[in-house]
Write a protein that binds this ligand. Structure first.
Ligand SMILES: NC(=O)NCCC[C@H](N)C(=O)O
Length: 405
């Protein structure tokens, strides 16, 4: 059996990957918020309560919930792999000072519990955690820094650093340094984890690529069509490279739609403004509709053909998904102020767990009511702390297996 099977956005969800927020959130401080892509510092205890509630809801629907941190720990299968991981982790954490790199390496090597080791690499290591000689820093920037190793607070957005697509995975090159460090866990899971490493899972993108692509921009609209956002995080060139790899693997995907949503922090990925909730129903943030440009990319005998689609979003979706009608459910239900506020709080970032059934934050009542009136079944989760990282149910989950529709 394949471990990865994702040919839609809405097929019944069977297995999903989460990351329970950990101490990395407590290593957020005001001076680092911008660099670490956060708007505020969540209260960890409450964020964990909210996240556990999300995981329990998924389990109550019969969905297998896996945790990134557990898979990563289980991937350090022997001392050799452990040491290779530590070396690569420290290299990517840019510990320039040889002396401190050696001390940190010894510190990590001495941890025999792999879970503890992984959790620490995620949380980061502050200067107050370890008793190192400050004077040994040659570089002023390193001396002034609060951390030896910076935390990775965005890990609970498992949607972004790699994506399951068809039977393959796109191990993404992230746009920011902080998020690109996260992709090391996916690398070790797919190289070494007993459940995933032996399955010949096709690789659809390389985390060392030159241009970035992020999972929040990758949406599987049908078994033939993938939408990819061209955004603050994903370049058109990356979409073309990704398309080439998709067509090479011959998994049945025939068309890539590149949705150019512009570069904005408030909607950094396509899934913050557009998600699929049923066979012919989509959430959409009205602010993107006027500016949106859509390009279709197909494979013509080994050569990519790209053309701009000059039509409304509805008509483009009808055409490419072979549908008679599509319904766009606008965030804020027609009110621009509500749309702006609720989109900021991830009202359009729904996670479909079956056709017509989604998980949403309870804090967006207007958009939620609009979806409900359109016949969508809603499951609510609280997210007052989780939302401070700017992501909703879709951002916080990576489906590994969906039933085909
Ligand atoms: N798919 C998503 O939109 N994920 C949310 C990512 C939020 C995170 N703070 C980031 O800026 O990358």
């Amino acid at each position: 059996m394949n471990e990865i099977n994702v040919y839609s956005e809405i097929g019944k969800l069977k297995t999903v990957l989460l990351h329970r927020p950990g101490r990395e959130l407590e290593n957020l401080t005001p001076d680092y918020l911008d660099e670490l892509l956060f708007d505020d510092i969540p209260y960890l205890k409450q964020a964990q309560v909210e996240h556990d509630n999300f995981a329990n809801l998924l389990r109550s629907k019969g969905i297998e919930v896996l945790y990134l941190e557990n898979l990563a720990a289980e991937s350090l299968i022997n001392e050799e792999v452990k040491e290779q991981f530590i070396d690569q982790f420290l290299y990517e954490a840019k510990i320039k000072d040889d002396h401190n790199r050696k001390l940190l390496k010894d510190f990590f090597l001495n941890i025999s519990d792999m879970q503890k080791l992984i959790d620490l690499t995620m949380a980061g290591i502050s200067k107050s955690d370890l008793d190192f000689e400050e004077d040994s820093f040659s570089d002023k920037k390193e001396r002034d820094n609060l951390f030896f190793v910076a935390p990775m607070p965005n890990l609970y957005f498992t949607r972004d650093n790699f994506s399951s697509i068809g039977k393959g995975i796109s191990l993404n090159k992230m746009n920011s340094e902080t998020r690109n460090r996260e992709t090391i866990y996916g690398q070790y899971i797919f190289d070494f984890h007993p459940r995933f490493s032996k399955k010949d899972i096709p690789r659809l993108y390389d985390r060392r690529a030159k241009t970035s692509i992020e999972g929040g921009d990758q949406l599987i609209l049908s078994k033939e069509v993938i939408a990819v956002g061209v955004s603050e995080r994903t370049m058109l060139q990356s979409v073309k490279d990704f398309a080439q790899n998709i067509f090479r693997e011959d998994m049945g995907f025939k068309k890539i739609l590149a949705f150019d949503i512009g570069e904005h922090r408030k909607f950094m990925h396509l899934d913050t403004v557009f998600t699929m909730v049923d066979y012919n129903k989509f959430t959409v943030h009205p602010e993107i509709e006027d500016e949106l440009k859509v390009y279709s990319i197909i494979d013509n005998d080994g050569v990519l053909e790209t053309s701009e689609e000059l039509d409304s979003l509805e008509n483009i979706l009808c055409k490419f998904l072979n549908l008679e009608e599509v319904i766009l459910l606008r965030c804020g239900a027609g009110c621009d102020v509500t749309a702006a506020r609720e989109q900021w709080n991830d009202a359009s970032n729904t996670l479909a767990i079956a056709p017509g059934e989604v998980i949403v934050y309870d804090r967006n009542p207007v958009t939620n009511e609009h979806l409900k009136k359109a016949g969508i079944k809603l499951n609510y989760i609280p997210g007052s702390e989780l939302v401070r990282g700017r992501g909703g149910p879709r951002c916080m989950s990576m489906p590994l297996f969906r039933e085909d529709i």
